[in-house]
Design a protein around this ligand. Sequence first.
Ligand code: NAP
Length: 270
Amino acid sequence: MTQKTITIFQNGVNLSAETSRALTDKLLSRGYIVNDDYTEDTDLIICVGGDGAFLRAIHRCDFPNCPIVGVNTGHLGFFQDVLPSDLDQFIQQYESGEYNVQELNTVRAIVTTADGDKHTHLALNEITIKGRRSYSVHLFISIGSQPIEKFSGDGLIIATSAGSTAYNYSVGGSIADPRLKLLQVTPIAPMNTTAYRSFTSSVLLPAELSLGVVPEQTDGPEAAIYLTNDGNETSYDNVKSIEVRISNTTVHLIRLKGYDFWSKVKDKFL
Ligand code: NAP
């Protein structure tokens, strides 16, 4: 049997470092190759930490092709199924194939700048589009090819179902079961006056529809756009348009027996 390679990431807090050391010893003693950097030989990624550490691991590996499992040393941990006290049980379940792989959809934004350059941003949780610093942002929004509204406010969150329990939920968006392949567009502090009209609730888009965003202003400080993907920020001065849609890239998350999304939601929020 060929040796399997396992890459372990951890977020540097004491419990994660200890857990990662214990896990490494257990895996080495069972004949695995263990490293701390993702390569094309990696068969499994184990991320020790909370949801933030999980997101950083996904981005560091540029959305890996292999499965990933989370060991929770953070808070509740939406992406994690393994506790530091259950490492032996996890290894046994991994070796006997007692798990499912949950395919998590991702969201992709393509920013076209005035000079015609295109910049792609991928996210597991969400893309946000905001103005620079505390400026409100004024955006023409279309769905598919249909112009819908002129948004004015602090910005928009375009969340995947997996990301619906993160920033999206904090600003009043709905919780979406990760089995639903959709995008949720949630306004952040939308202005609704005689001058500006936009939806005040989230809207849900099916996989085949994209969201089109065109900034009203094209120059001056109010024209600047801050785009984040899973909290990673990029600033643009000269955005012509942004297209946001569900990406074909998925994250292959290991789920152990007993995983139930709605139990996690209940434990975290109720
Ligand atoms: P952070 O601001 O340090 O932490 C964000 C918090 O969101 C952490 O408590 C994290 O859980 C939790 N979280 C992340 N993904 C989640 C998910 N899918 N479901 C439920 N909770 C989740 O930032 P970070 O650690 O770098 O994470 C980036 C994420 O922060 C972004 O993708 C965005 O969703 C979120 N965020 C939230 C707000 C807000 O709620 N007001 C504002 C900005 C950004 P752990 O404690 O387990 O790491």
